[in-house]
Design a protein around this ligand. Sequence first.
Ligand SMILES: [Zn+2]
Length: 198
Amino acid sequence: MISLSKAGPDGNDGSLIDMDLVVRAGEGWAVAISTLVNAELTRHDWAALSCMCGHSAEHLPVMFETLLTPELPRSALGYSLHGHVEYGTVIGECTLPAVSVMLAALVGEVAARARTEFLQALASVAAGSGYDNEAPSRNEYRDRIQEGFWAVVHSGLTGSADDADMAADICEILTLGDEKSAYYQALLRNRARAMRKR
Ligand SMILES: [Zn+2]
């Protein structure tokens, strides 16, 4: 397990996120982290990467753990990966490892809040057009998301109407242009429509 005692960087100005809040949020809650997600979190040296909030990305594992907690602590409601792993369509150094963690999580069952948050972030990254000088090329991001095609489709077929639409958006943005992608895009759009009619 990632140690929850590893707080965010000292001197956080709290403009984007309250580090104390994130660390406290992880205490006393049943954190549902799969072995795969835990392995993926451990694989990356987060402290060596820069986060888009301007700090080291060392605090990202705690953010993922909190989002993956089935009952998201009330104190953590409203915070998101936006501004950390992506900023609209702008992506940064920690984005690629974050994409791997999100896809690893979406392979299995995840808390509804995490599923929606991850699909939103993946859609932004897929559409990403701006990145810093250190970041790999845009295609590398798309290739990485494409590796998680089944995880994205699975999430869209098991989540909310919005989740289904976002999963379809991701498939569309990847412009795979094959029959499989077109088939699942249609299936996801139909699911979103059917769920909204209920
Ligand atoms: Zn950050």
